[in-house]
Design a protein around this ligand. Structure first.
Ligand SMILES: Cc1cc2nc3c(=O)[nH]c(=O)nc-3n(C[C@H](O)[C@H](O)[C@H](O)COP(=O)(O)O)c2cc1C
Length: 207
């Protein structure tokens, strides 16, 4: 049985957090789908509120703390990514954007990403399409067609049911399929890797 890594990023600020709850349910749906395809999953949850100070320090200094470096490597090295934000002022919240501002522009190239959000009103569900989707498209990720938005009424029974449950399952199936059809991730890219042949480099300097 092969094993995939699944990074799950939640930018919820409350405790308990509905964003985190949605992230957990999306991860479970993806895990179940991959299990059905004979693949085990190593799920790595990243609760961004625990790294908020380190995120700001990295933005200010240009250097990550050891623990934030590990988190960034987890996110960029996983086979698949679930990214969930609460909607603030009709867009992703500042913590979510600040964290992904620290991800190199090509570090998520061809990586399947499931995007999701929670909000106080269903009227802002399209923030996923006009804000979150373009962010990951810019990062060259493969953003899945199904995005998942949960409004307060979707949690009326204390858990996801009805239309939200169906959407979670559909999105989980799409992510599992995209992860399954790709070769296993080789981990985060080495920022110091020599990508140009040394002889070519020397050759180019000749007059
Ligand atoms: C500063 C702030 C701005 C918000 N702006 C919006 C908004 O524009 N649209 C919306 O639907 N919900 C808005 N909300 C509500 C949150 O998106 C909602 O409560 C979210 O589910 C909280 O997630 P959490 O439980 O994980 O913290 C806002 C909340 C805060 C604190």
């Amino acid at each position: 049985m092969t094993s995939r890594t699944l990074a799950v990023v939640s930018a919820g600020l409350s405790q308990p957090s509905s964003t985190r709850l949605l992230a957990d349910q999306l991860a479970a749906a993806t895990r179940d789908e991959l299990a059905g395809r004979g693949e085990a999953v190593d799920t790595r949850l990243v609760d961004l509120r625990e790294h908020a100070h380190d995120v700001v320090n990295h933005l200010l200094t240009g250097f990550p703390s050891e623990s934030l470096r590990a988190v960034l490597d987890t996110v960029t090295g996983a086979d698949g990514l679930i990214a969930v934000t609460p909607i603030f002022n009709a867009s992703y919240n500042g913590l979510f954007k600040s964290f992904f501002d620290l991800v190199e522009a090509d570090a998520l190239t061809d990586r399947p990403v499931l995007i999701a959000a929670t909000g106080g009103t269903a009227r802002h569900s399209l923030a996923l399409e006009h804000a979150v989707r373009p962010l990951f498209t810019y990062l060259h990720a493969v953003v899945l067609p199904t995005s998942v938005f949960a409004a307060p009424e979707d949690w009326a029974s204390g858990t996801a049911d009805g239309a939200l449950r169906a959407r979670i399952e559909r999105a989980g199936a799409e992510l599992a399929e995209q992860m399954h059809r790709r070769p296993l991730s080789t981990g985060p890219a080495d920022p110091f890797a020599l990508t140009t042949d040394f002889a070519d480099l020397l050759g180019r300097r000749e007059p």
